[in-house]
Ligand binder design. Sequence first.
Ligand SMILES: Nc1ncnc2c1ncn2[C@@H]1O[C@H](COP(=O)(O)OP(=O)(O)OP(=O)(O)O)[C@@H](O)[C@H]1O
Ligand SMILES: [Mg+2]
Length: 306
Amino acid sequence: MTESQAADVSSVEAVTTALTKHGYLPDEGLATAIFLAMTLRRPLLLEGEAGVGKTEVAKVLAAWTGGELIRLQCYEGIDAAQAVYDWDYARQLLHLRAAEASGEAEARTSDALEADLYQERFLVKRALLRAIEPRLQPPVLLIDEIDRADDEFEAYLLEVLSDWQVTIPELGVVRADTPPLVILTSNRTRDVHDALKRRCLYHWVEHPSFEREVAIVHLRLPEVSGALARQVAAAVEALRSLNLYKAPGVAETIDWAAALGRLGVTQLDEQSVATTLGTVLKYREDHERVEQHGFADIVKRALDRK
Ligand SMILES: Nc1ncnc2c1ncn2[C@@H]1O[C@H](COP(=O)(O)OP(=O)(O)OP(=O)(O)O)[C@@H](O)[C@H]1O
Ligand SMILES: [Mg+2]
């Protein structure tokens, strides 16, 4: 039995339990979306602010199911040669030189020589091709930050995600036996097209609730005291309400708690907030905004939070 058959996807609760065991605490909406994506075998598009835990979902799913994590990081200008496959020109050239040197090149027709160059061993397999190659264990394909890619690439992706196949003119068609589990993420710097959305299930990932964020800090940083974890989560909650340019994500909450713990802080005060703010807020304007608002209020809200 493969590990993915062993992964218990019998219910939303089973998914929640498995993700929790692997260090990820989803809320019910996200756990339901993951459950449906896994059971219906549909790609899942996760949108949300930076640092809410979108990318981590794919990593945790790979760890849970035992499928290889194949990551395609999108960027402006990404194209099929970087996402699907390319030919290794340097090795092809070396092969030709070697054929020339050995005298083999003269003995063979140029067509035969050329055909030699398009063998699988000269193929550079990129993420999408690797994700649909037949294999024992379906991988987890993470298509990260799809909003950074161009429209043309999105259209291409749509084709692959519909047919689960790629045609390599020189070699033939590669088709997945079992489609990979696909997680797409977007920070919504632009809207993903409807056609692609139609292929996917969709979930907007929110910042965690206060209690969940405390639990995440506990899980990630067992060495940080319960009281400090609560204060940090409450202070982050307060910061998020300030309409900052870049509100802190979960990653920043974890970093902040770790930094305070390392400095031996046991209770937040104005001084410790002021000196460690750089672990939470990464824009000067946001620092100024918090300073104007007053550290005292952040500390008060952190300590008063029930
Ligand atoms: N629900 C959660 N349970 C456990 N850890 C979480 C959770 N949500 C976020 N994290 C942690 O927060 C950090 C940031 O998560 P991640 O990188 O997935 O965010 P993201 O949404 O992809 O951000 P970005 O948009 O900046 O890429 C990771 O260390 C992740 O482990
Ligand atoms: Mg991410």
